[in-house]
Structures are given as structure tokens and as C-alpha cells.
Design a protein around this ligand. Sequence first.
Ligand code: KIV
Length: 253
Amino acid sequence: MDMTGKKLSAESLRRMKSVAPIPMLTAYTTPVARCLEQAGVAVILVGDTVGMVEMGFDSTRHVTMEHMQYHIGAVRRGAPNTHIIGDFPYRSDRDPDTALRNARLLLAAGADSVKLEGPKYEVIHHLVKNGIDVVGHTGLTPQTAANFKQVGKDAAEAERVLDEAKGITEAGAFLLVLEHIPDALAEKITTAVKIPTIGIGAGKNCDGQVLVINDAIGMGDRWPPFSRQYAYVSKTITEAAKTFVSQVKKRKF
Ligand code: KIV
């Protein structure tokens, strides 16, 4: 939200480029969303990472529109005053008309804008033309990547990612996620495009940063090496459960 407690619009987020860094976190549930809103997180991303960090799948490709609608609704109930980005699940953005239909469902579930992965310029253009605010995503794009290695290390790949960033911007996106690319490439893209870049594993010179909430709070059992961890919630839960088990067994509770 902004200084007056109002939800940030896509346009106000776009205008934050080079003015104020944008802190973004993912969330999938009401209580976590409530905490993030209270903490002053500018934008919440209901990412399809939910499939891996909360649902036990080995890939984001198993996430469906129904999953996303459910989680976006939960996050909206916890964070009524925060800009929420709803992620398109795998192939739900496969062509302009399918994407438009599904974008409207994500917005109806509670999202303010939608995010898609990769160089889908025609889809972005069609959504924007129909009044939908779109966030792009380049670099490592987990829905189609063969592995989770850093992208853009060699000159040709770096050029491709830069071109994609420019294409996504020209197609009309208002924000661009840069995932797991070299810091220098992220800096070059940030200078080259007129919309804010939001990095994840892309160095500190992006216009904002996003982390997967489970990585940030240590809720899970493994986290990408580039992620910062601010707490170890899994450990806290295990300790609490152990104490409970012991108290019940000893008839102390
Ligand atoms: O799905 C997601 O949570 C994402 C972030 C990793 C940026 O796309």
C-alpha cells in the first residue's frame, strides 16, 4: 500500500522506477498475506511456486487455474489493501484469447494484475489492449526451464534475455521480474527498460526485489542459494510440535 494506506495501482508502481525500491514477496494464504500487509510489503505475488513450496509438487507445471483462484482469494482476504499479482499457471496463457479469459478469472478471484513467463508478446499486447495490467518475467522461467541453473551467463544468452526484456516492455507490461541472471545483466536490463525490474537472484541493482515467502522465512527444507532467509519457521514448528507431543505423552496437557 502507499503512504496513505491505499492500494498501489499498476501505474503508481510503474512510476516508482528510479524513485523508490519496490519490496515484493509471494504469499499463498490469508495469515501470511495479513502479516505482509502489516509489514508494508508493496506488492504480493501469488506465484505458481505455490505448487512446489506448499503443495509438494516437483514442478510449477502441475498448478491449475483452480489452485491459483483459491490461493489468490485467500491472499486477498488477508491483504485487502495491497496490490496482488496473480500468476498464470502453465499453459493458461498459451494464446491471446485463452489468456484473456483466464486473466479475467484471476482478477475476479482478487488479483489486481497478472504475471506470465517468457516472450509472449502477442498475449501481453492483447491483455493490455483489453485493460489488464501485466507483469512480465524473464531470465529463468521455471514453467519451461529444463533445470534451475542461472540463465544469461554467455553472451548469446544474455543478448536473448535483454531482447526479451525489451520485447516484454514494448508489448505493454508495467513490471518485469528478472529471475536468476547475472547481476551485471540485470543492471543492464534495468537501465535499458523504462519499467521497474524486480529481481530474484539478480543482484541488488534492480528496481525492486522479490522472494518466495517460504524461502524468506525458512518454511520448507531447501532454499535456492541466492535467496535470503530471515527466519527458520520450519524449525519453530517442529520444536513446538515436539513439545506438544511430549506434554501429551506425559499427561501434562
Ligand atoms: O511463481 C513465483 O513465485 C515467481 C517468483 C519466483 C518470482 O514467479
